[in-house]
Design a protein around this ligand. Structure first.
Ligand code: ZEM
Length: 310
């Protein structure tokens, strides 16, 4: 079987360039889609569990139920839609690679560190009706795109909760306290949307600039619970006074927990260290559960298009 070169070979540097080119979008939010692409990459990977190896960015399972309608993923259909023209132009790239690459490219394009990223993720397919039963044992090499078990929803963090919850969620992925605080610095970017998460507002005055400002405002400003006057919104925190930056309860937990706070203080002072730690932790996040089995899958399962690595 032959197929066109465009679907067989992927020039990842060109994909990265094409992603960079679509980031500015004046009509969207604060004029840049990078923040929501970073959230897509993070949510695609953050389902991973080191306990059974399930979840993670491999498979791009957010395209399907139940993940596509996980409340935590509300709004990420918009992010996936933004990337669709890139997928059409570079059909050989897997969605799993495209989403994670878009997150990595966006961090750097918005002024952050270079994120280590490797291609080779494969997309899993919804299970066909007559597919033979599959083994979900953790030590079996997964050779068929239908075989990746899809975990139930509820693996992503709940912003309404506390430091204990953050540890349960991020330790399950294999992260440390230091990693949790470093990764949370992504909240220097983007905003909350009432029609997505129910929360409202921005964390910093520069939501398109990757920086350590999240830690600085968390430490330096005075925070009070938002008094929702027009409607009953979720518990969130607002800057006291006329300026109106916001924090989620889980962001405040980084301030209230002494072990987390130690790192908040370090990163607020030292942007270079934050950049280095973020790049390391985000790079590891994007690798969680990734099995680079493209060739084996192509050999064993005719449904999967062949991917040639360049
Ligand atoms: Zn977020 N995040 N996040 N986050 N996040 C939101 C937005 C963004 C949590 C969370 O509940 C929320 C990480 C960690 C955690 C980004 C990146 C990363 C929103 C707002 C919520 C509610 C969604 C909306 O309404 O559109 C919680 C509880 C976290 C636990 C620590 C990590 C880790 C991230 C990347 C490394 C980004 C970039 C956004 C902004 C998205 C946008 O649309 O502007």
């Amino acid at each position: 079987m032959t197929s066109s070169p465009s679907s067989d070979t992927v020039n990842y540097a060109l994909v990265a360039q094409d992603i960079r080119a679509i980031l500015p979008r004046p009509s969207y939010d604060n004029g840049n889609i990078g923040p929501i692409l970073i959230r897509l990459a993070w949510h695609s990977a953050g389902t991973y569990s080191k306990l059974d190896g399930t979840g993670g960015s491999n498979g791009a399972t957010m395209r399907f139920e139940p993940e596509s309608s996980d409340a935590a993923n509300a709004g990420l259909d918009v992010a996936r839609g933004f990337l669709e023209p890139i997928k059409l132009k570079h059909p050989g790239i897997s969605y799993a690679d495209l989403w994670t690459l878009a997150g990595a490219v966006s961090v750097e394009a918005l002024g952050g560190p270079r994120i280590p990223w490797k291609h080779g993720r494969t997309d899993s397919m919804p299970m066909p009706e007559h597919h033979p039963p599959i083994s979900t044992s953790t030590n079996s090499t997964q050779k068929c795109p239908f075989t990746r078990p899809v975990p139930a929803n509820g693996r992503l963090p709940d912003a309404a909760l506390d430091a204990t919850h953050l540890r349960v969620i991020f330790y399950r992925m294999g992260f440390s306290d230091r990693d949790i605080v470093a990764l949370s610095g992504a909240h220097s970017l983007g905003m909350c949307h009432t029609d997505r998460s129910g929360y409202d507002g921005v964390w910093t005055h520069y939501p398109n600039e990757f920086s350590n400002r999240f830690y600085q405002v968390l430490l330096d400003l005075k925070w009070k619970k938002r008094d929702w006057d027009d409607w009953t919104g979720p518990e969130q925190y607002m800057e006291e006074g006329p300026e109106q930056l916001m924090m989620l309860p889980t962001d405040m937990a980084l301030l209230w927990d002494p072990h987390f706070k130690k790192y908040v203080q370090v990163y607020a002072r030292d942007q270079d260290l934050f950049f280095a730690d973020f790049a390391d932790a985000f790079g590891r996040l994007l690798e969680l559960g990734v099995v680079r089995d493209g060739r084996e899958v192509a050999a064993s399962c005719p449904a999967r298009p062949k991917v040639v690595f360049v």
